[in-house]
Design a protein around this ligand. Structure first.
Ligand SMILES: [Zn+2]
Length: 398
């Protein structure tokens, strides 16, 4: 008997049956700077609309989110990075305290699964920018004790122990040609603690240095493929292969300037004017003795971004395809950068639109089982492997 014709999988059912985990959203700043609540509508009064709240997470079947604690240097007068990091961390914990029936602060793969079973939105903590530890392993350990489960080694700024891709071409910034010996101690301590090492934002040399010393697979929480979009924030094919050999996962960033070459070049042309506008805004706020609030600065970014047509959703989908092709299906995931970016591709306006990713990838011929890995279980596996590596590192040798 001939095989019955294959019934194409139903995208909505495939998405609904997946454990969806996003590795990177900048939402915590909204809690601090806008006194915004995660259960509120996306936009309130004159505040900007964000990309993520409890309702859109539920509509998009998003089970878990890693909230980035990002001590934006511009928001840290006197270089008080730890104060800003802890203020953001406290704001996330306060959200969970206020909404115990809907939200759960999770620190392990097991807790993510338990939150899912209890129909609670799982919130996890990551630090974006190694300057948050202020060159102190004690602070690193305390962040872990407070629930932080990954750290992006640098943001766009190089710190005292690791170079960033963001300023690597700036001769006025002191660099180290990758990771310093203290940087290697940071990696060893993160491996010991079971904190994921995140290589988004780092320079190419830092990337190589970390892969040479880490004893656990690494995370790339919000980057895309440089072969398709020539941003230094994206991974080269060689880096994708090295990441696969390490057992790590590249979580694809949704930012238009990282996923579409036309958008990236158009945005680069806007940058000098945008920089000048930010400078005059900063000067205006300086007279009041305060840094420019994040939501005011990001409104300016959005105004400039709106001058460029949004890229098609297919540009984003092409990055998933490329990373699957180069690194393999076990090494790709979602790292939206929601609430940290000023431009998204067409059709993606909030977490509620995540099912469109599943539908587009199914249409490209990927299987439901494949997509479940991409949507969440790859990250879950990496998280578990980090904790296993931690157990091994801590076992005293006889
Ligand atoms: Zn970032």
């Amino acid at each position: 008997m001939p095989n019955p014709p294959a019934i194409p999988p139903d995208p909505a059912a495939v998405h609904a049956s997946a454990l969806v985990i996003d590795a990177h959203a900048d939402t915590p700043q909204r809690f601090v700077d806008e006194s915004w609540d995660f259960t509120s509508p996306l936009a309130i009064a004159d505040q900007p609309a964000g990309h993520l709240n409890l309702a859109t997470a539920r509509r998009g079947n998003l089970a878990a989110e890693f909230f980035a604690l990002w001590p934006d240097p511009a928001q840290c007068p006197g270089a008080r990075y730890a104060l800003r990091t802890l203020t953001l961390l406290d704001a996330v914990r306060e959200q969970v305290r206020r909404h115990p029936a809907e939200l759960a602060l999770c620190t392990s793969p097991k807790e993510i699964l338990a939150a899912r079973a209890a129909n609670k939105f799982a919130i996890l903590l990551g630090i974006e920018g190694g300057h948050a530890i202020e060159n102190s392993l004690a602070l690193l350990r305390l962040y872990h004790a407070l629930g932080v489960r990954y750290m992006t080694l640098t943001w766009a700024n190089s710190n005292d122990w690791a170079d960033s891709s963001g300023d690597i071409d700036d001769p006025t910034v002191p660099h180290h040609n990758g990771l310093t010996s203290f940087g290697r101690q940071v990696i060893a301590e993160m491996n010991r603690l079971g904190m994921m090492v995140d290589l988004s934002h780092v320079s190419d040399r830092t990337f190589d240095d970390v892969l040479a010393v880490t004893r656990a697979p690494v995370l790339v929480s919000h980057s895309a493929a440089r072969a398709l979009t020539a941003s230094h924030r994206n991974l080269t094919d060689a880096q994708l292969r090295a990441l696969a050999a390490n057992g790590g996962v590249c979580m694809v960033n949704f930012y238009s300037a990282f996923i579409d070459e036309n958008y990236r070049t158009a945005w680069a042309e806007q940058k000098p004017a945008l920089r000048a506008a930010h400078k005059s805004l900063a000067a205006e706020y300086a007279t009041r003795g305060t840094p420019v609030p994040y939501h005011i600065a990001s409104r300016l970014d959005r105004e400039f971004a709106a001058r460029i047509p949004r890229p098609p959703l297919e540009s984003l989908i092409a990055h998933f395809d490329h990373i699957i092709q180069i690194a393999g299906i076990d090494h790709v995931g979602i790292g939206t950068d929601f609430d940290g970016i000023c431009a998204l591709p067409e059709g993606i306006n909030s977490a509620a639109d995540l099912p469109k990713i599943t539908a587009a990838l199914l249409a490209r011929g990927h299987s439901p089982a494949t997509l479940h890995k991409l949507l969440g279980t790859n990250l879950l596996r990496l998280f578990a492997a980090t904790q296993t590596a931690s157990d091994i590192v801590q076992t005293p040798s006889s």
